[in-house]
Design a protein around this ligand. Structure first.
Ligand code: GLP
Length: 276
C-alpha cells in the first residue's frame, strides 16, 4: 500500500474524475471476463487493465473506478479484484491508497515479481474454494532427489505427505511433498486434510518459506491420475516440481504436484529487464 506522500499529484486532483476518455477510446467498462476460461479471472482483469494502460486509454494519474463498481461490472468478489490490483501494484503500474482510491501510476517502474503462494492462497486468489483430501502422512525414507536437495545425512527421514488438492470440490492435483523430519517433528499430529501446510509451518514450527525454484513438465496420465483426478487416458498432466528454501536459506520442502492440465494454468508474471 502506498503512503499518501507517494501519490501522484495529478491523482489528488482527479479524485472525482474516473477514467472515461472523451475520445471514444476503450474504458474499463469495455473489459469482460470469461468465467469458463482456464485463465483465472484476476489474471484476465489484470491483463485487461494492463492493455488499457499500455494503449494510453488509462492515462497516468487517472483514477480507476471504485472497487464496488468494478466488482459489479465484472461480477467478481472484492478478493478477486484486489488480486488483480495486487499484480498491477507490484508491477508499479497502479497505486492503491485506502480511502482515496486506485490510481494509474505517474511514474511507472516495472519490477520483477513472482510471489510464492501456497495452494490455499492461490485458489482463494482465483476466487475459488480450496480443500484437500489426505491420502497419507508419515515418516519415510527420502527419495534420492529429496535426500540430495534437503541435504539429509544417511538414515535421516522425511515426513512424506500425499494429498489430493481440490478447487470448488473438483480434484485439481495430487501433491507429494517431503520435508526433513528434524524440521517438522510430529507433523503427523496435524490434520493436513483440512489445514494449510504453509500456515502450519509458520504457526507451529516458526518456519517461513521464502523462495523456491519450480520446474514444469508434462506427462500422460497414469492410473493414479485417472482414478483420483478423473482424467481421460487421452488427457495430460502438468507436473510442477517445487524446491523451497526458508528465509535463512535452509532447504525445507521438495514437492511434486501433478495437475489436471485441462483445469489448471500455471501463471507467471515477468518483466523484461532494462538493457543497459
Ligand atoms: C503448493 C505447492 C506445494 C505446497 C503447497 C502448500 O501447492 N506446490 O509445494 O506444499 O502449496 O499448500 P497449503 O499451504 O495450502 O497446504
Amino acid at each position: 500500500m502506498s503512503r499518501a506522500a507517494d501519490l501522484p499529484v495529478l491523482a489528488k486532483n482527479s479524485m472525482r474524475m474516473p477514467a472515461f476518455p472523451a475520445d471514444g477510446s476503450p474504458t474499463v467498462f469495455d473489459l469482460r471476463v470469461n468465467r469458463r476460461d482456464s485463465i483465472p479471472m484476476y489474471v484476465q482483469i489484470a491483463d485487461g487493465l494492463k492493455s488499457l494502460l499500455q494503449s494510453g486509454a488509462l492515462a497516468p494519474g487517472s483514477v480507476i473506478p471504485p472497487e464496488r463498481v468494478l466488482c459489479d461490472h465484472f461480477g467478481v468478489s472484492r478478493m478477486t479484484l484486489r488480486a488483480a490490483y495486487d499484480v498491477l501494484e507490484r508491477e508499479g503500474l497502479i497505486e492503491c491508497d485506502r480511502g482515496r482510491g486506485t490510481f494509474v501510476s505517474l511514474n511507472q517502474k516495472p519490477r520483477q515479481y513472482q510471489q510464492l503462494r501456497s495452494f490455499t492462497e492461490e485458489i482463494l486468489m482465483r476466487g475459488e474454494t480450496p480443500s484437500s483430501k489426505l491420502l497419507s502422512c508419515g515418516l519415510a525414507e527420502p527419495t534420492p532427489e529429496a535426500a540430495k536437495f534437503l541435504g539429509l545425512s544417511s538414515g535421516e527421514q522425511v515426513y512424506r505427505v500425499q494429498r489430493v488438492r481440490l478447487s470448488n470440490a473438483v480434484p485439481l492435483a495430487i501433491e507429494l511433498i517431503q520435508l526433513p523430519s528434524r524440521m517438522v517433528p510430529r507433523l503427523d499430529q496435524f490434520d493436513l486434510g483440512s489445514l494449510s501446510l504453509y500456515a502450519l509451518l509458520e504457526r507451529e514450527y516458526r518456519i517461513e518459506v521464502d523462495s523456491c525454484v519450480e520446474e514444469i513438465s508434462a506427462a500422460r496420465p497414469k492410473p493414479i491420475h485417472r482414478k483420483l483426478l478423473d482424467v481421460m487416458p487421452s488427457g495430460a498432466i502438468l507436473i510442477i516440481k517445487r524446491k523451497v528454501h526458508t528465509q535463512d536459506g535452509q532447504p525445507v520442502e521438495l514437492a511434486i504436484s501433478d495437475y489436471r492440465a485441462d483445469l489448471y494454468t500455471a501463471i507467471f508474471h515477468s518483466t523484461r529487464a532494462k538493457r543497459t
